[in-house]
Design a protein around this ligand. Structure first.
Ligand code: ZN
Length: 283
């Protein structure tokens, strides 16, 4: 393309002759620039990573939080698995920052996986499921101390309900640079959908969140982390670019729609969280 551009400019220069028609030359340069842009686009299209390349890339650690609140020693195992205390959450953000980690967002992960985009030396993604209000009140406040940004997967049935985030809070998160993703309407698992369920659980929540944030909603988290092969084309066809599971390994045929996350249990220390993260994601 470059040679063609030079030839193109040369021929226009010859046409312009000795009359020095600078406007013509300028037009030729603009045309050459446009050709260069087209050429770059062609190269970008060609460099989309194939499956083997995506799978060969180092996995980025993605952490997943649900409740951020105090719980008693006698709390159920379920509660302990899905809850971290505000103090533990604060410690975890601090140790990530002190250890040199920088948060990345799904667009960056997508760019890294598909277009070989660059990431910080120690990337981590922080995600929050289920719309709990303390993820806004405590989660965002603690992340802000270190310039961290997170990803909030919203279950739309809960919006504006007591103990959940309001529309304004979701909008505020989005405006502040956090990313809003979809987590269905009412948390039914995608493996059981039939008929109108796709519309109710996947399409309508996406539209509602797009109306709230004014931005496209491109990322999805499976309720309970559960997915099956039948669900992936349904999610893809609705414009979602990536989907997140929980602790299961990414699928070797659909790595973008089975991105693994690590649940951080409430029983872990900040150091334990770092160790768990490094062993899960081989960092
Ligand atoms: Zn959930």
């Amino acid at each position: 393309m470059k040679n063609t551009s030079i030839q193109f400019i040369s021929s226009l220069l010859i046409l312009a002759g000795c009359t020095s028609q600078s406007a013509t030359i300028k037009t030729a340069l603009v045309a050459a620039d446009n050709q260069k842009v087209v050429a770059e686009k062609v190269v970008a299209t060609k460099s989309i990573a194939d499956l083997a390349t995506i799978l060969s890339k180092k996995e980025v650690p993605v952490l997943c939080y649900h409740h951020i609140k105090d719980f008693s020693a006698s709390a159920s195992d379920y509660m302990k698995a899905y809850t971290v205390s505000p103090a533990a959450f604060a410690d975890q953000m601090k140790i990530l920052s002190d250890s040199g980690y920088q948060t990345i967002l799904p667009d960056q992960l997508y760019d890294y996986l598909l277009y070989n985009g660059t990431l910080p030396a120690k990337p981590v993604m922080l995600t929050f499921d289920d719309t709990d209000e303390e993820q806004y009140r405590i989660g965002a406040t603690e992340m802000n101390k270190y310039g961290f940004k997170g990803v909030y997967f919203i279950m739309t049935v809960s919006i504006n309900r007591p103990r959940y985030m309001s529309k304004d809070e979701i909008k505020n998160l989005s405006d502040s640079g956090h990313v809003i993703g979809a987590h269905t309407w009412d948390h039914h698992m995608v493996t059981k959908y039939a008929g109108d369920d796709w519309e109710t659980q996947i399409v309508k929540p996406q539209k509602q969140l797009e109306t709230i944030t004014g931005k496209p909603i491109k990322y999805f988290a499976y309720p309970f982390g559960l997915w099956n092969q039948a669900a992936i084309p349904e999610i893809k066809s609705r414009g979602y670019q990536m989907a997140f599971t929980l602790s299961t390994k990414r699928d070797t045929t659909e790595p973008l729609y089975t991105i693994r996350r690590m649940l951080v249990p409430g029983t872990w220390s900040a150091n334990g969280m770092l160790k768990g993260m490094r062993s899960t994601f081989n960092k």
